[in-house]
Design a binder for this molecule. Structure first.
Ligand code: HEC
Length: 107
């Protein structure tokens, strides 16, 4: 293995090695997904107000239900059942990322 490749591996181990860094990255990806697909209706940050008053704020979802259940439901077609929401079908990683992000903003 070349020296340059070794340096890249070392850098990756540093950024992705710890669970905390992994969570931060997952939450960051979840936020990007939420901004692109959910912010149109939901309040996705702790402080903002959602555009659609019927859509629960992401910061309150943990009070309404278990986020782990929600993760399962998102994989099981939650979005297809809700008429108002877009037919968004996250894969397992995207569902993890969205839930990790939601956990990070619970009040
Ligand atoms: C077009 C508006 C709209 C968009 C976009 C939207 N939602 Fe919703 N969402 C709603 C509304 C309105 C509700 C309240 C329930 C209902 O009326 O269907 C809701 C409810 C929910 C609920 C609670 C569902 C339940 O069964 O308790 C979750 C979780 C949720 N949305 C997540 C998301 C996520 C994650 C995204 C982005 C991938 C998203 N929503 C995008 C409008 C939207």
């Amino acid at each position: 293995m070349k020296t340059k490749e070794l340096a890249v591996c070392a850098a990756l181990a540093l950024t992705c090695g710890s669970a905390i860094a992994g969570d931060a990255e997952s939450a960051f990806r979840g936020k990007r997904i939420a901004e692109a697909n959910c912010a149109e209706c939901h309040a996705i940050a702790r402080s903002d107000a959602g555009a659609n008053p019927r859509a629960p704020a992401f910061g309150d979802l943990g009070k309404l239900r278990s986020l782990e259940t929600l993760r399962q439901e998102m994989l099981g077609g939650l979005f297809l059942r809700h008429a108002v929401m877009p037919d968004f079908e996250p894969d397992a990683t995207q569902a993890d990322d969205i839930v990790t992000y939601m956990e990070s903003i619970q009040e």
